[in-house]
Design a protein around this ligand. Sequence first.
Ligand code: SF4
Ligand code: MG
Length: 326
Amino acid sequence: LEATELLRTVPVGGFLSRSRRTLLNRVSFTLERGEIVALVGESGSGKSTLARVLARLDTPDAGSLRLGGEDVLTLERGGASLAYRGRVQMVFQDPFASLNPVHTVAHHLERPLLRHGRATRAGLEDRVHALLESVGLTPAEQLAQRYPHELSGGQRQRVAVARALAVEPDVIIADEPTSMLDVSTRRGVLQLLRGLTRERGIGILFITHDLASARHMADRVLVLYAGSVVESGRTADVLAAPRHPYTRLLLSAVPDGADFLNTPLPVRPATGPMPVFGCPFAPRCPHADARCHDTLPPAHVHGAAHTVRCHLESSKGASDNAAVPQ
Ligand code: SF4
Ligand code: MG
């Protein structure tokens, strides 16, 4: 999956107003099969907007989205086709809302299996049981007959994962999949997701406001601030040696040595309006100077694709440091 310069804006202040708020500001990234990319950011940073765009529940104003080299936004103007949903699946934050209370677990899995031609009527029961076993819901025969209200939050989220797996997708977009689970079940669901990428080669975009889970899960990290990717790279680079002032602020909020699965990021909403020009982080940045307020910082790349969008990078010496055209 390859996103290039995704832009999404919404009008603010009534229909006569011309002003628009930017939800996604030219977001680019790639997600390969078998890798987990964490998208981290606070509430309101644009994480869920991006998830909705990737799931084709929302359409960007500009930019492109390619899946296996095919231009998705051109091919599928009307939203996600059956074929697209067969390749890109979502797991949502709220396992209570994402399952239908009047249907059994088995029913939730049978529908996608049949719709996407992943099982025949004759083989359906076996496929359902195999799916339940693959997400650790055993004994599968019993769990299949239960209704959502008879399951714990963690079990429900496993059903949601099984439902996503039913169509044998290449990509799963997991939007804060564990933020509504208690800590004891969280780890199990994260391990399940990680196992799936390794065993089945599924690419996962793991959306979270919890840096600790990102560190635990991801091969690469994208840090989103006010709709812009301000820093990205391998998890070890971004989270162990963060360069962007915003990433540093986030990391400093998680105490060293704390059980990081227990330490969600404090939400620090941006105060005041977003600047029209310049760095979106400038109003909160301790290092902001005049240029930060009037020029959008270019992306600087270090070593193995560690990208940082900050003016400080241009002053840090040019040897390992090249500005990329936007
Ligand atoms: Fe701070 Fe300026 Fe860098 Fe933005 S560009 S993060 S305001 S130093
Ligand atoms: Mg969200």
